[in-house]
Design a protein around this ligand. Structure first.
Ligand SMILES: Cc1cc2nc3c(=O)[nH]c(=O)nc-3n(C[C@H](O)[C@H](O)[C@H](O)COP(=O)(O)OP(=O)(O)OC[C@H]3O[C@@H](n4cnc5c(N)ncnc54)[C@H](O)[C@@H]3O)c2cc1C
Length: 357
């Protein structure tokens, strides 16, 4: 019997497997396809991501360093920036592979091309069934299987509040591939569109509850059919009220551990994996409830403030312009921690911008 079956080898699953294997637990990771593919993510992350990766990964993964963002509201644009790097466009497929290698090196077994189709909980443990008819018995199962989690459905845990559709594509724009500002198009209904200079190309993307591809073409003035590559995925927003049962817990997108104002979930998912590794003991399933509370304690405030920022996307255009004007300029905010918006230098800037002094 395994101590832990991890379903899904994305960032959350591989990080969780590595942390459990590090402390000597017997872990198997079941991945539906191959690690990292197909790509459905921009890989735009804060420097916090380096806390989860080995030395040397930076040089391998960084495509471009970003200093800020240019927000577009109708025909107007507003810049928010720092003098230093605030975020990175990284090779997301490469990152997933490194994380999976780390899990394997720590002693976890990785089974690729192994889709999980069923989970049966009992008083003594859990049985995980795969497409090929094989079963895995374990003390616990972790559903790290993304926004459309099979594990979540199988054990009857509630769904996230929303599932947005995301689309992205790549174009070669020559020297502009190396720009150091991302563009954000807030006119996409419900959410936003983006343009990320990645170093070797420029990525255009959009997410919404409607038709992100058409909306991106409208707001960014691009022809998606002319892009080199186009991919799509889903973004869960709004965590379910419960993320654990007696023998199962959810980590990452399956638990909608994402930033409500960007949909980014790489850092939050791995942060939650570390929280699970700190609290969950396979021999004491009651610790799953501790995990459910602990990750909300650590990320809940940021996610709540993030959901308030998200509401600003739906404000009438004149109000959006007034808010952008108040905040624009050099800004000292951490992209994963919206609470850092509440600082003195930002307050001083708002006062200066509003009063014009
Ligand atoms: C268009 C788009 C752009 C994004 N851009 C960013 C960004 O710039 N920055 C950021 O931080 N986040 C971004 N995200 C979100 C980010 O991709 C996710 O938050 C992150 O991948 C979540 O990691 P995870 O490990 O929870 O899930 P995933 O990365 O989705 O991994 C889940 C794994 O489970 C596997 N799986 C699924 N079902 C099964 C099954 N039944 N059996 C076995 N395996 C299964 C999948 O194959 C996959 O490998 C973006 C998302 C989208 C859609």
């Amino acid at each position: 019997m395994y101590d832990l079956v991890v379903v899904g080898a994305g960032p959350a699953g591989s990080r969780l497997a590595r942390r459990f294997a590090d402390r000597g637990e017997n872990v198997v990771v079941l991945e539906r396809g191959e690690v990292g593919v197909p790509l459905a993510c921009s890989g735009h992350v804060s420097g916090d991501v380096w806390n989860f990766l080995p030395d040397g990964a930076r040089d391998e993964l960084i495509g471009n360093e970003i200093r800020g963002a240019r927000f577009h509201v109708g025909d107007s644009s507003y810049e928010f920036y720092r003098d230093e790097t605030v975020s990175y466009a990284i090779d997301r497929v490469g990152m997933d592979r490194i994380l999976a290698d780390e899990a394997r090196d720590a002693g976890a077994t990785l089974q690729q091309n192994t889709p999980v189709v069923g989970v049966d909980e009992s008083d003594d443990g859990v049985t995980v069934r795969t497409d090929g008819g094989k079963t895995y018995d374990a003390k616990l199962v972790a559903g790290c299987d993304g926004p459309r989690s099979t594990v979540r459905d199988e054990v009857g845990l509630p769904e996230p509040d929303e599932l947005l559709q995301g689309v992205l594509g790549f174009a070669d724009e020559g020297d502009a591939n190396d720009d150091d500002l991302v563009d954000v198009y807030v006119d996409v209904p419900d959410f936003f569109g983006w343009r990320i200079p990645r170093g070797d190309c420029v990525e255009y993307g959009s997410a919404s509850s409607g038709s992100p591809r058409e909306e991106l073409e409208d707001v960014a003035g691009v022809d998606v059919s002319s892009f080199d590559r186009v991919c799509a995925g889903q973004i869960p927003i709004g965590s379910p009220t419960r993320t654990a049962t007696d023998r199962c817990f959810l980590v990452g997108d399956s638990a909608a551990q994402t930033k409500p104002f960007t949909g980014g979930g790489i850092v939050y998912g791995m942060t939650s994996a570390d929280i699970a590794a700190r609290h969950v003991n396979p021999d004491s399933p009651g610790t799953l409830g501790v995990y459910d509370r602990a990750w909300r304690d650590e990320l809940g405030r940021e996610m709540y403030l993030g959901s308030i920022i998200r509401k600003a996307y739906a404000l009438p255009r004149p109000v959006q312009r007034a808010v952008m004007t108040a905040f624009e300029g050099e800004i000292n905010v951490h992209m994963d921690r919206p609470t850092t918006l509440l600082n003195r230098s930002t307050a001083r800037r708002v006062v200066r911008n509003v009063l014009g002094v």
